[in-house]
Design a protein around this ligand. Sequence first.
Ligand code: AHN
Ligand code: ZN
Length: 334
Amino acid sequence: MKTRKSFCFHITLIASYMLILASSCTQEKNNPSQNNTEITETSSTTLVATPDFNADSAYQYIAKQISFGPRVPNTASHVQCADYLARQMKKYGATVIEQDFTATAYDGTVLRAKNIISSYNLAANKRILLAAHWDTRPFSDEDPKAPQKKFDGANDGASGVAVLMEIARCINASNMKPVVGIDMIFFDVEDYGMPNVQDSYCLGSQYWGKNKHTPQYSAYYGILLDMVGAKGAVFSKEYQSMMVAPSIVNLVWSKAAMLGYDKYFINQTVSSITDDHVYVTRYTNIPMIDIIEYHPNKGFGSYWHTQADNLQVIDKATLKAVGQTLLQVIYSEK
Ligand code: AHN
Ligand code: ZN
């Protein structure tokens, strides 16, 4: 008679066989958006072992970025923060490329800019691209009292970078490593734009999309983080992300739900948001989604582009929800 143990073993074997069958249906490694429904469905019902995302550490990376002052292009704070970011990513074992360029803003100002690209496991063909912008908007134009003033950009800018830095620290510190290659890009000059001026935002991702750090570079898919650390944040399914990579949006949202973060990652679709993912997909064809705080009825958080976007708006529980979900997503890719 079969023991319970061997019964379970057989179930495991059958499950593995089904997984192998499903994986053998995979065609090319890049761009899952048009196919692979089975793969995504299979992998989205399981959780894997990952390092533990430390939200205290992520919070400190936000505080450190803010300590340089607003990271507005053509300021000393901007240069000093870039040096810090590149130095930290090297410390966490990444291969780092600093891509210097100039960008002309909507008002003709020539901005000295830098995208920072950090890579893990360069030998892997299958790669996941993670990104966030590291610059700060030069004015808090949504603040009725101080529309011309610089601001901290704790959430708008620093939070996404901080989550990626903590993931880098985790990858480096843990004996568990992702199977796939990981590239993290800190885009510059995302926020030096003017509402209603076409393509005036996202100058760093526009530059990178037309001048990739490695000409042949591609990725299986990309995930952009923007405003991922505020108290009470919700992440809606953004329309452009749903158009180019619905399976990736649903994969991320289902991993979040399995980890108990469904109050942050809500099952609601909202209209398109112009952000770095749009230009990455436009110029490189890499399907990229945006995890961005956006409330179905009221839009961005009330702190958005105001003086209130400072450390006080940051909630470690939000950083944890996003960071742990991302670790789950990248460690489950095979
Ligand atoms: C616009 O407001 C056009 N897009 C939102 C992108 C953004 C600005 N993310 C952060 N700041
Ligand atoms: Zn902004």
